[in-house]
Design a protein around this ligand. Structure first.
Ligand SMILES: [Zn+2]
Length: 434
């Protein structure tokens, strides 16, 4: 809408799909997915070959299915995968409610797939790297003094490359594979809240590595993806809750709440949708059906419609965007994406236990991180109270509904992190008295 010309590569797509101008967002979607559509057949063939290879290998090795074969290495029961998909389906009404709120807040008469990315409420608050450190330390306080000491040690060392530079790898990651040396972190800090969230996320990985190294010989020090992202998402949830516990304006509060809702959509529902797509295309090949790019787009469109409530008039799915599957590189990693969703589920469960003042939660959490790769991840979590193959992974805490805010068990946590009472009782969202 400004007359500015852009080259719509992946980075530009991520940036401009969040444009405030609806016509611009639509143009970005039409152009970007129009280009991918041109490769639908070839990418379909590439992915089909991959799926066929998985199915063949599972068959010759006498696994029940490609899913069974893929999960056998890390020893994760296939029930975890199916339970995850079922749970996501059951909670789709919550996602649809979020979409309706989004439509109302953006002031739109209907909602399309290209309306998902603009932020609900903008925030111009920026955070420098010292603030990111301070917020990470403050929000991670429920994890205990040893965790904070390790963070302090890491911050004092020269372990991070913080700012973007020409030619530098994008995104952020933690490299912890050199057993005798400390972790290294690569960030591209731009001062947004999202960068603080990434900061605490990556440090979650770093402290996981440090705890694992501290308690394990080299052979069992590297840990599974299934637990790795729990160590990072827990910190993100703690940061979110910490920010919401501060004296901030309503707009800033809405910004954090919007960020949290987007995280639930992007890290949970969207990843489960990907996982379901991956499962479906494998099952089709297992049933002897032929796959093609066009067929994959049909399957994907069906899932887009279901997850986004197209039949309930929540969001309109334009078939032209159903080629989105072709742009997801993780489908070549053999049943990988579901772990993002199980991690955010596990991380959120731990964070909720901390915030409710569950004294055992910290010990359980640190024990999981310290166990590193000494046990299979699914069994390890089960041992410490989280069974991701069941519908009710953790028992409901008795504290949930039976206390007054000011005597709530979370009060000590609140004092410790210098915030308002963070207790989750239904009557008060946060009380000023504690
Ligand atoms: Zn991560």
């Amino acid at each position: 809408s400004t007359g500015e010309e852009i080259t719509l590569d992946q980075a530009a797509y991520s940036l401009h799909r969040a444009s405030d101008n609806r016509e611009d967002r639509k143009l970005v979607f039409d152009t970007f997915w129009g280009a991918w559509k041109g490769y639908e057949t070839s990418i379909g063939q590439t992915l089909d070959t991959q799926v066929k290879a998985h199915v063949f290998q599972a068959k010759v090795r006498k696994y029940d299915s490609a899913l069974d074969a893929a999960l056998s290495g890390p020893n994760i029961p296939t029930a975890v995968y199916h339970t995850l998909v079922d749970a996501a389906h059951r909670h789709l009404p919550s996602l649809h409610r979020y979409f309706r709120i989004r439509q109302r807040m953006l002031g739109l008469t209907d909602l399309h797939y290209y309306d998902i990315y603009p932020p609900l409420v903008a925030s111009d608050r920026t955070f420098d790297i010292d603030e990111s450190k301070a917020l990470t330390l403050a929000s991670a306080a429920p994890l205990g003094p040893h965790y904070l000491d390790l963070l302090g040690e890491g911050f004092a060392g020269n372990w991070m490359h913080v700012y973007p530079r020409p030619g530098k790898a994008p995104g952020a990651y933690m490299y912890g594979s050199v057993y005798d040396v400390h972790p290294f972190l690569l960030l591209n800090h731009n001062g947004q809240f999202n960068d603080v969230s990434t900061f605490t996320h990556e440090w979650g990985h770093a402290i996981h590595t440090m705890l694992s190294t501290e308690h394990n010989p080299y052979e069992t020090s590297s840990y599974a993806t299934f637990t790795a992202e729990i160590a990072s998402t827990t910190n993100e949830v703690l940061l979110q809750e910490y920010m919401l516990g501060q004296e901030i304006s309503d707009d800033e509060r809405l910004f954090y709440l919007g960020t949290a809702l987007e995280a639930a959509r992007g890290t949970f529902f969207r990843q489960v949708m990907f996982a379901e797509f991956e499962l479906k295309i494998h099952e089709m090949v297992e049933a002897g059906e032929a796959l093609s790019g066009q067929k994959m787009s049909e399957v994907y469109e069906g899932l887009l419609r279901q997850y986004h409530g197209a039949d309930q008039d929540v969001l309109t799915i334009d078939p032209a965007y159903a080629v989105e599957w072709s742009f997801i590189p993780h489908f070549y990693r053999n049943f990988y994406v579901f772990q993002y969703a199980t991690s955010i589920a596990g991380g959120t469960m731990f964070a909720e236990r901390f915030l409710k003042g569950d004294q055992q939660a910290r010990d359980d959490y640190l024990a999981v991180l310290s166990a590193g790769g000494s046990r299979h991840a699914y069994e390890l979590l089960q041992e410490y109270g989280i069974d991701l193959a069941t519908d009710a992974p953790t028992p409901e805490s008795p504290a949930e509904s039976s206390h007054d805010c000011c005597t709530c068990p979370a009060a000590s946590t609140a004092t410790a992190i210098g915030a308002r009472c963070l207790c989750r009782c239904r009557r008060f969202i946060g009380c000023l008295g504690c």
